[in-house]
Write a protein that binds this ligand. Structure first.
Ligand code: ADP
Ligand code: ZN
Length: 740
């Protein structure tokens, strides 16, 4: 590709207005297409940075860029946000007052406005196109372009009218932006929008900052709360299947003291609007919603997305989880799955065919999508890999470090074949006439009236799996159904039945696998973390919290959304680098001149005060952290041992983790741990919580009071081997500096 470098004015503008020091690779290509007036289709996952692709070139050119956007509410926020960073933008929508309208027209007429946002129907059906024509419109950007396709998840008929815009703006180039990955939707966009030999830029679909987990659903409410509790004060979405589930879940969360609000299509417009506003303004933390809750979400710091049940397709799942971590910070997506989900969704789809008149083709396709989704849930491959491959891309890393499979949350059930045979023969002995609950009771040897009255306690399979917890057993039965080795049939009172695969398993001709939660997953899930979920190593958690409070105040004072003041990513960098002057502040990616001027002083003051109070170092140089600090790090320079130690010390000073330093300095983890102990002993940092959680520190200190710090082993044993030697060594070094 003959890729001329982009003009320097463009980089200047990106730095000045947005505060970004560089463009992401795909953004460069996408921006070049706009500047070259070459139609394009840009496919980037949520959070990939699509908006900059049309906003930045608009700023450095004369004339006008039209942005077509589906939601009026988002338009207003986007325009407010751009105005705030010094970009002349305006909107044309039905909610403008007469005075606002006049001002917008004036800006367009005089040529000061660079970007105008409008809806598809307004662009095509009103006279405003004359005004826009006369203002030298050279670029049309269609945001959320998948809305034009009925194959997408968000079809909007009014987008179809955009086919006509070419008549009105024959000279303008047209650029479509979407996060939807499917080939079918892509083709549809090109055709419906009449794109002319478009350049097509498709980004990687992997979202390295998201951790994906699929867990068997055993106690939905308790499990959902467990996830929320891992993210105190953070924003999240809980997706439920039905309106009724939304109402129940939301009520339960509220009753338990969470700041939760509901959202589903059955609610009045005003009530839905209220939910969106409360969430955007950070007055609510958790939105409990059906899939209807989607594009209107304008919050980049969603830290968790929970699916209380399996979604219908992998596309839906990707869209919905995509709403987490748009700011690039670590976020978590947990799907609670039960084999029952597949069955009830399938039943709903089939009913829509029989009673709702959906075509046979539609039913068949939907069931196929459902099967793909269920396969994902049951699968034992890396979730990142599975998702990326689903969208036709490759994933090379052998361990993503960010999914239940790679993190070892689940493990194979030992001797799964024997377990499976026991379950299947129990179904056979019960003459394939009983449901899951009864089969479980028999296998566990329960003493119930139902069992005694039918003499099921005399079956040879009675009590065969006595020691297996009920929930595990239920989950395994669903896993067997999922793998086609068992069938559940009948709608109201479904019974378990065998098929040929069942007999193949029992005779050993087919094999199956069963999975269970690893014990240590439970432990790591609920604690041991020194840092709040999203923070990079070295960021001071207390400061981050303070800055968040401050942001809320400043936002309501300035009448904007909190993220328009600074994103979470920016606050995290502040908590890490602790800038105390405008210069170091502006060096943080995402600050820029305009925001530094408007909000900088208040934040700097707070940081100075915090550092004074705590003795934390100010203006720490910031090693670059790639999204999800586990992701591959940039090239490193080879250094001599002493230089490496120096580098390690420097990184420790900014709170970098042992793994990070090991990678950056190309050292073995054991060497880095030694260096860290030395660092703690000689440099006496005020705290070691960046490396050892507060809880572990306390436990080691308590054990050291009994056994002293001469030897590691007694302390290790005192703590039942639950704290590793490395952590004990670091805490000892720390206690050493306190004792002196
Ligand atoms: P999308 O519309 O694709 O979901 P956004 O345009 O909302 O993505 O951008 C996602 C996030 O990435 C925003 O927080 C934005 O500030 C940030 N971002 C975009 N481009 C860059 C860049 N070149 N450097 C650093 N951050 C960027
Ligand atoms: Zn993985």
């Amino acid at each position: 590709m003959g890729s001329k470098p982009l003009p320097p004015e463009l980089f200047d503008a990106v730095q000045r207005h947005w505060g970004f020091a560089s463009l992401r690779p795909l953004q460069e290509h996408a921006i070049r297409a706009v500047l070259n007036r070459r139609d394009s289709l840009v496919v980037l996952p949520t959070g990939g940075g699509k908006s900059l692709c049309f906003q930045a070139p608009a700023v450095v050119q004369g004339g006008l860029t039209i942005v077509v956007s589906p939601l009026i509410a988002l338009m207003k926020d986007q325009v407010d946000g751009l105005t705030r960073i010094g970009v002349p933008a305006a909107r044309l929508d039905s909610t403008l007052t007469a005075a606002e309208r006049a001002a917008t027209f004036e800006g367009i007429r005089t040529g000061t406005t660079r970007l105008v946002f409008t809806s598809p129907e307004r662009l095509v059906n009103t006279e405003i196109f004359r005004l826009l024509q006369s203002a030298n419109t050279h670029t049309i950007a269609v945001d959320e372009a998948h809305c034009v396709s009925h194959w997408g998840h968000d079809f909007r008929p009014e987008y179809r009218q955009l086919a006509r815009m070419r008549e009105f703006f024959p000279k303008a180039s047209v650029h479509a932006y979407t996060a939807t990955a499917t080939e079918q939707v892509r083709r549809d966009i090109i055709q419906q929008l009449n794109l002319r030999q478009p350049e097509i830029h498709v980004g990687s679909f992997d979202r390295p900052n998201l951790t994906f987990r699929v867990l068997p659903r055993v106690e939905m409410h308790a499990q959902v709360r467990e996830v929320i509790d891992r993210h105190p004060g953070d924003a999240g979405i809980v997706y439920c299947l039905r309106k009724k589930d939304v109402d129940e879940m939301c009520a339960a969360l509220k009753a338990a003291g969470y700041r939760a609000v509901p959202y589903h299509a059955g609610m009045e417009n005003a009530a839905r609007r209220a939910t969106q506003d409360a969430f955007a303004a950070e007055e609510a933390d958790v939105v409990v919603a059906t899939v209807a809750f989607g594009m209107g979400i304008d919050r980049s710091n969603v830290r968790f997305v929970i699916h209380a049940a399996m979604p219908k397709t992998i596309e839906h799942y990707q869209q919905e989880t995509g709403r987490a971590g748009r700011d690039g910070l670590e976020s978590e997506c947990v799907l609670f799955y039960s084999g029952q989900d597949f069955l009830s969704l399938k039943w709903m789809i089939e009913k829509s065919g029989e009673e709702g008149g959906a075509s046979a083709e539609y039913v068949a396709t939907s069931v196929k999508h459902l099967e793909e989704m269920a396969r994902y849930c049951r699968g034992a491959v890396c979730r990142h890999k599975a998702l990326v491959q689903h969208f036709g891309q490759t994933y090379d890393s052998p361990n993503c470090g960010a999914c239940d499979i790679c993190l070892g949350d689940t493990q194979e059930v030992p001797d799964a074949m024997t377990v499976a045979k026991k379950i299947l023969s129990c179904v056979a002995r019960l003459k394939e006439s009983f449901g899951t609950a009864h089969v479980i009771e028999v296998l566990r040897g329960a003493d119930t009236a139902a069992i005694r009255s039918r003499s099921h306690h005399q079956l040879t399979t009675y009590g065969l799996l006595k020691n297996v917890p009920k929930n595990d057993l239920r989950d395994w039965i669903y896993q067997l159904i999922g793998q086609g080795a068992l069938v559940q049939s009948g709608d109201e009172y479904p019974v378990l039945k065998l098929n040929t695969t069942s007999w193949d398993v029992m005779s050993g001709r087919s094999t199956i696998r069963l999975i269970q939660l690893a014990r240590r997953a439970k432990r790591s899930a609920d604690g041991g973390k020194a840092q709040p979920f999203a923070l990079p190593p070295g960021a001071d958690a207390a400061l981050f919290e303070m800055l968040r409070q401050l942001r809320r105040q400043e936002a309501s004072r300035a009448g904007v959304q909190p993220y328009q003041v600074f994103t979470d990513a920016v606050l995290a960098e502040m908590a890490r680098g602790r800038p105390t002057n405008e210069d170091t502040l502006k060096r943080i990616s995402g600050v820029g001149e305009y925001r530094a001027q408007q909000f900088g002083r208040v934040f700097l003051k707070a940081i100075v005060a915090h550092c004074l109070r705590t003795g934390l170092e100010e203006n720490v140089p910031l090693p670059k952290v790639t999204p999800g600090s586990r992701a591959a790090l940039g090239p490193t320079t080879v250094a001599k041992p002493s230089a490496k130690k120096e580098l390690a010390f420097k990184l420790f000073r900014s709170g970098a983790s042992v793994e990070y330093v090991a990678k950056e300095a190309e050292l073995a983890a054991s060497t880095v741990t030694e260096y860290l102990a030395e660092f703690v002993r000689t440099q006496k940092p005020p705290s070691i919580f960046a490396w050892v959680s507060e809880d572990v520190c306390e436990r080691v200190a308590a054990a050291a009071e009994i056994h002293g710090v001469a030897r590691l082993k007694p302390v290790y044993e005192e703590l039942n081997g639950e704290v590793n030697y490395d952590a004990i060594r670091i805490v000892f070094a720390y206690l050493d500096t306190r004792a002196a």
